[in-house]
Structures are given as structure tokens and as C-alpha cells.
Design a protein around this ligand. Sequence first.
Ligand SMILES: [Ca+2]
Ligand SMILES: [Ca+2]
Length: 505
Amino acid sequence: MRTVTFSLGICLLLAGPARAVAPGVTNVQMAQRTDGSGLVDITYDLTDPDSPALAVAVRMSADGGANWNFPVLNLSGDQGQGIAPGSGRHIVWNAGLLPQALDLEDLRVQVIASDTGILHKPHSPRNIAITDWSAVNWSLPANWEKYARADVFLAMAADLWTDAYRNEPVIPRIKAYNPDVKVIGYISAKTAKLSGAVPGSSAFWREWFVATQPYWVSTTTGDTAQDWPGNVIVNILEPDCRAAMIRTVLDFQRGSANQLDGILWDYFNHSLWVYTEMTNVTGDPDMDGDGIGHWSDPDELVAYRAAQVDLVTALRDSLGQGFIQIFNGQRAYSDSTFAGLADGLMYELFPTLGFPQPNMKNALDPAFTHNLYAIRNRLRTQAGGPYIVMSNPWRNQYGDHNGQVTLLQTGNQFRVVAMMMGGYASWNSHDGSTFSYTYGWTDNDICVGEPVGPPVYDGNFIRRDFQYGRVELEWKTGRYPDPFKYKVWSLGQLVEELRVPYHFP
Ligand SMILES: [Ca+2]
Ligand SMILES: [Ca+2]
């Protein structure tokens, strides 16, 4: 006997910023049929005078509306894409299909409509990051709503702060859809772009170029040091250089309509990293000017690492304890003292940097010193963190014995890791371009509520239970890109499985 009890249905009108007419949802009702079918009818009225078709998603709360994280499964009818406005729209929830009986005193429902095609389905735990460093058109209202879906958004600070958007409140518009999203801006921790030499280029990179130009690093042969074509290395060993960098960040953070929640420092390694294929620069960087190249100069390396600490501390002194600082780069992956300065870490080629082979297995191995659980415990919490973001722009293609190639969603794989250790999985569009960080989204929004305990290890298996479901991981090679099989269950129903070569649903 399955019992489903409802006390209340409420509606949500998703208030959008000024634009064309936003959709309206009213008169939301939910009623269980009394014929023993286990079917539940959800009805609502949908208005939008200037949009013929809307995207409609449903959310539910089992705790009186405190959290909208109750799984929404087995819906049919007027939900999804292409729903025409009208009264008496009708969704059928086949609760009777669930393998697990429900006994809910106070289940509430929200119907959320979008006229830009975004389905605001629930995802819980809140562990979705979006990394997008491409040139996003922030004039498009559809993009405000699209990026608002993430819990953490790693944006390009220079784009949000550039002339076109400096006075346009893009971040407030994103937050009108999701006040909880953290918008983190990419900042270079060690270089300036030569493109900033041109007045009229990006306002941020222009000011950054001018402010740091007196502190460019020379090589042992007198060349201008670059770590990547078009990126000159600036001398963070110089206190005035660090001050110029911080001042530039403050200028834009305070002078822009777009106030970031934090920045991503790109990046902090134990020593400089320079792209080895670069042919137009001779010699090694020499930051302290003693004629000894960076990597052969122990004093310089010590000073370089101390300068990183000073950079982070100076920004915290300026913008406060609550301003998020996420570190990219390998130093914090293994330097626990340095990690203690960070609110979050980014693994931009997860899990291939920082974890020895088998890399994915070591990332989740409590016996490996720098495993993700240990690292998470080293980070600051004063700014709402820790935020550990796992990203990877590489495509994960599985070729089976018949030569059939399947593109796996790496974000879905990383989400399993994020669910185990309380991190953030980043999806990528995998548009095929090399090394591009672009918006991707899961093909399967998962909702299992909050974790109810730590992961449980048993041989080759790891399991973690959540309020409304569980995740189960079974090791294969432990090596990315084919480290493990997994299953995710929600209300007793299998909602996602990776069992190469199958990908379900
Ligand atoms: Ca509309
Ligand atoms: Ca030197």
C-alpha cells in the first residue's frame, strides 16, 4: 500500500528582471486520485502574452517549503519544453511507479516556467559548478537565466567587468533567478595579456596590462618572459606589482555594477610553469634578477611561494573574510598550509593533476595523504565554502568492440565524486575546441536531498546515503577516463547508471 498525502500546493512566479513579459504560474493544485492508481494530478494556469511556448519544471518540498529538494520522478503531461500558455494545464505524477512507499504529511509543489527555454529542475545536493571562460553575450536575458542554474559559476572577471557590461548589472540579474549562486571571476595570478597593450581592448585587461607593465619579468637572456604565447609573466616578488594587481581588482569590483562573490586565482604552482613549445622566448624566467634561472634558483622559488601567500592575504585584507578566493594550480593540492588560505580549489583537469595513478581512485582513497576529503578539511569555511570544483574540458569517448563511439558526460562522472566528498562537478559543452572551458549541463538532473552520513567503503565499493536516495560506486581501473561504474538511486528508483558501454537513461 502506497500512501501519498498532500496538504498544500503553492505556486511560484519566477520573477525575472525587466524584459519582455515574464511567464506567470497561478492556481497550482495537487491531488491524489482516490482510485488506488497511485496517480497524482498537478494542475496550474500558465500565462505569457508574448511567448507561445514555455519550459515548465516541477519542484517539490517535503519539509514545508524549507527545501525544494524532494525528488520529482515519473511525470508526464504539461511539463518540459514547448508548453503553451493556458488555463488548466495538467501534469500527471505516477507516484505508484516508485518502488518505495511514500508517507508524506506535507508535500508541497512548485511549478516554474521559463520563456527562455530553461528547465529549472531540482538538483540536490547542491553540487553543480559551471566553468565558462568563453565570451558570453550578457545582453541576452536567456543567459542570465541559464547561468543562474549553477551553484557555483566560474566566470571570466574581465568580461563581466569590461566596458560593455561594467555598468550593466549582469550578476544581479543572474541572482534574481537564483540568489544562492556564487559568481567567481577568473584573475591571473602571474601574467598580463599583451592584447592589453591596445587601448580599446578589454577594459580590465587593459588596466591590468598598464598597472603591471613596470614589473614584467626578464629571462636569463634578457628576453621578456612569457608562460604562454601572448602572456607575459609579471613579477609578483615585487610588492608594488602585487599592490598594482590588487588595486586593479578593487577598481573593477568597486566600480562595476557586477560585484563578484569571489575570484579564482589562475594559478598557484610550486614554481612557474611555462609552455614548452613556445619558440619566441629564449632563456629561463629570472624573477629576482640574479642571473640564475627560476627553476635553478632555490631562493627565488622560496620568494615566489611567499609572494603567492602575500597576494592572497592582501586581497583578503582589502575585500574581507567573506570574499571567496578559489585557487587553481597544483600547490594547494599538496601544500596543506597553503590550502588553508583558500576557500576553494579548482581541479581543472580532474583527476589528472594532483593525484598519482590510479588517479581517480587516489582522489577518493582515505589512505592517500592528499585525497579530496583531506583537502576539503584543509580549506577555509568563513566564506561559505569549501568549494572544490572538478572540471575537465577533455572529451571522454568510449569506443566499444564494434567501433561505436559514445561520448560520456564527464560532469556526470564527476558528480558521483562530488556526491561522495561534498564538492562541485563542472560540466563542459565538449564542443570539440581544444582546451576550451564552456558551459555544459547534465543530461540528467538528479535530486536525492542532502547526505545523511559519510561514504561507506567496502572493498571495491563506495556507497553514500542521502535523504531520498543513494549513490553507489564500483571501482574498475581506478584510472580516468574509465575509473568506475556507478548507480544513483532516488526514492528506490534507479535514475542513473554508468556501466560502460551503456549509459542509462
Ligand atoms: Ca514571455
Ligand atoms: Ca633568479
